[in-house]
Write a protein that binds this ligand. Structure first.
Ligand code: URA
Length: 420
């Protein structure tokens, strides 16, 4: 092969589209090139962009950089769901059990928290005894047995994404449309499901702040999926305020259990319902799976299959201390800043600043009010759950996340649009 990495970098730097051979050579031989060469090409892509063909080829090459999970034995019944990252977003814990309760096969590989966003695996592992680093054999045993499993991605799945993501994180090349699309879709293709719904977040608490960018990203990813033979659709949803009434790990599991047992509704219920509709379970089927307890039962079965100790869902870890913040005046809740709530949770130990950080599973924030709701002066707005002396100071920042206004605000619908 005569093509050199410096030629490929120069080609992209000059604004030209890369041929398929160049893209495949780059991904196939990533390890042979220096970090600075790979970073230079990432920067050239982030600045010059990629067309649809280049993005598709990049995605395919990345998907094939490691193992491809073979779910073909389950035919067309396999479903998967992916969120581009949010705050208080435990929709996987509702969507997957509901779909399993309707007879679909939910074999899902998830990730850990990234930046200010929560991670499904961290939330699951906050439950006593639960381990998500299971063998492939155990993964399929659980799927065959109960039809639902959420486990950790192995090092063999999309190693190219793992390596490139770490470089992007430190070279300011994360928020590039083709790079995000290829990163997300390579993992979805390698994870094997036939039917996939993407929840593309937009707004202050999302990676994609701009709504039009989020729509373009959704379109790009849906097209990649379709051209790769998968049935993919997306919802663009707002992420300015937390989606659930809780942000953290164990505290989000508790909130998901409240939704699964029919005790909590609100935005998370509506978004989960809309995501399930994209996967073939209409509103009636969704309500039935919740009301009958079938979805709750699927979630519970999965938790015990992953090692959950008896009674673990009734005895989720509790923080040592709690501090509640109150409405400074009477009025309407016109804003709850997702980034502020996320940063409070992170600083209380609920997330990681660097990959090696251990998290405190019991800490987080419980919201007592929702956007648009009326409050009286002195009414509780939220409670900080913390375990380290000194972290009570975070309550002041938590209080600043809330805006109470005299006028009743117009609250935007969470679902911006559907992309099919
Ligand atoms: N999530 C991913 O998996 N990859 C990205 O690039 C951004 C969000």
């Amino acid at each position: 092969m005569s093509m050199k990495i410096t030629d490929i970098i120069a080609e992209k730097r000059h604004g030209n589209a890369l041929c398929d051979e160049a893209i495949r050579l780059w991904i196939d031989r990533l390890e042979d090139f220096a970090d600075y060469q790979n970073s230079a090409l990432l920067m050239a892509i982030a600045m010059g962009g990629m067309d649809a063909r280049e993005t598709l080829t990049l995605t395919d090459a990345m998907a094939h950089s490691g193992d491809m999970l073979d779910l073909s034995r389950y035919g067309d019944a396999t479903v998967d769901k992916h969120s581009t990252g949010g705050v208080g977003d435990g929709t996987s814990f509702i969507v997957m059990p509901v779909m399993a309760a309707t007879g679909k096969i939910c074999a899902k590989l998830s990730g850990r928290g990234l930046g200010h966003t929560g991670g499904t695996l961290d939330k699951l592992e906050s439950i006593d005894g639960v381990h998500t680093d299971i063998s492939e054999e155990r993964f399929f045993e659980i799927v065959d047995d109960i039809g639902i499993v959420i486990a950790g991605q192995t090092a063999q799945l999309c190693p190219a994404d793992k390596y490139l993501y770490a470089l992007r994180d430190v070279t300011a090349t994360v928020d590039s449309m083709p790079l995000i699309a290829a990163s997300v879709m390579s993992k979805k293709l390698a994870a094997g499901a036939k039917n996939i719904v993407l929840d593309v977040k937009t707004g202050r608490g999302a990676f994609m702040k701009d709504e039009n960018d989020a729509k373009t990203l959704a379109r790009t990813m849906v097209d990649i999926g379709r051209r790769s033979g998968r049935n993919v659709s997306a919802l663009v949803t707002t992420m300015d305020m937390p989606l659930e009434s809780a942000v953290g790990n164990a505290i989000e599991v508790r909130s998901a259990l409240d939704v699964l047992s029919g005790r909590e509704r609100g935005d998370v219920y509506e978004v989960a319902k809309a995501l399930c509709a994209q996967l073939g379970a209409d509103g009636e089927a969704f309500d039935r799976a919740i009301a009958s307890g079938a979805a709750y039962e699927k979630f519970e079965q999965m938790i015990y299959a992953l090692g959950g100790k008896p009674g673990c869902l009734q005895n989720l870890p509790q923080s040592k201390y709690k501090k509640t913040v109150f409405a400074p005046k009477s009025g309407y809740i016109s804003d709850i800043n997702a980034m502020t709530v996320a940063s409070v949770t992170l600083d209380a130990g609920g997330g990681r600043r660097v990959k090696e950080d251990a998290i405190l599973p019991e800490v987080g924030v419980k919201l007592h009010v929702a956007a648009g709701g009326r409050v009286d002066k002195g009414q509780p707005l939220a409670t900080l759950h913390y375990s380290r002396v000194g972290d009570e100071e975070l309550a002041q920042r938590l209080a600043s996340a809330f805006v109470v206004s005299d006028e009743k605000p117009i609250v935007r619908d969470r679902i911006v649009c559907k992309v099919e």
